[in-house]
Design a protein around this ligand. Structure first.
Ligand code: PMT
Length: 223
């Protein structure tokens, strides 16, 4: 019975874009709508999990039966994820987190000046990488949004970030990745096997990812 597949398990799922402030009226962000992460949260809850969704700003209503914490920046997301790491069994990082943020955030609106302007950017903390270092019993799932060399980069992320699974979307394919209601992903496992999924709704993609997680939890990952 799949209904109770994740009963007693706590999932921490991240979704959506982060916003990195420049000044009180401007920010850097990306095209993530939150749909992939929200679909995962909703479907995990339907399969019996206790779900905490940590979400960047987006237009979606909170999914039913899911606890939601709303955050804005990559730094806020980092703090909330780390604060909730210990009580989680499965972590899925589907958020599109900024890799860079403005080094200086202005307290008042930047004024127009003649000529060009340069904004210096600094690296944000890599949440997935830190989770890979800190995790104990947790099953860690990362995403990869790649335009080239999808397999190579996905396998590299799996090893370098100590993840248990990487879900890669080739964002150059029609119907895959950011914003739409569908996705095309390949799931990469630690044992070097991979599962390519066809074009599916994000809801169905979420279910298939969760079923693969469930299989792996049963196989080789004791919770
Ligand atoms: O939200 P939608 O519109 O439905 O779109 C879904 C999606 C394309 C955003 C989603 O499927 C997806 O691929 N999410 C991850 C996007 C991403 O940031 O990929 P990346 O290759 O840059 O990052 C790899 C992994 O590291 C991700 O799990 C990401 O959450 C994580 N990361 C990245 C940077 C950072 N500072 N901290 C992180 O944890």
């Amino acid at each position: 019975e799949t209904e109770l597949l994740f009963k007693g398990k706590t999932f921490l799922i991240t979704a959506g874009p982060t916003k990195e402030k420049i000044d009180p009226v401007r920010y850097f962000t990306n095209r993530s709508s939150g749909k992939m992460g929200y679909a995962l949260a909703e479907q995990a809850a339907l399969l019996g999990a206790d779900v905490l969704l940590i979400s960047g700003t987006n237009a979606l209503p909170d999914p039913k039966g899911v606890k939601v914490i709303h955050v804005e920046s990559a730094a806020d997301m980092y703090d909330e994820v780390m604060a909730n790491l210990d009580q989680s069994d499965v972590i899925i990082k589907s958020a599109a987190v900024a890799d860079y943020r403005p080094k200086q955030v202005f307290d008042s609106k930047m004024k127009k000046q003649p000529g060009n302007v340069a904004i210096e950017m600094e690296r944000t903390k890599d949440i997935l990488l830190e989770l890979g270092k800190k995790k104990k019993h947790q099953f860690l799932v990362g995403f990869a949004a790649e335009t080239d060399n999808m397999e190579e980069y996905a396998r590299d992320k799996l090893i370098r970030k100590n993840a248990d699974m990487i879900v890669a979307n080739n964002v150059t394919k029609e119907g895959a990745g950011f914003a739409g209601d569908t996705n095309i992903v390949t799931i990469f496992h630690k044992d070097l096997s991979s599962t390519p999924l066809p074009l599916l709704s994000k809801k169905e993609t979420a279910r298939r990812i969760l079923l693969e997680i469930s299989e792996k939890l049963g196989d080789d990952h004791r919770l």
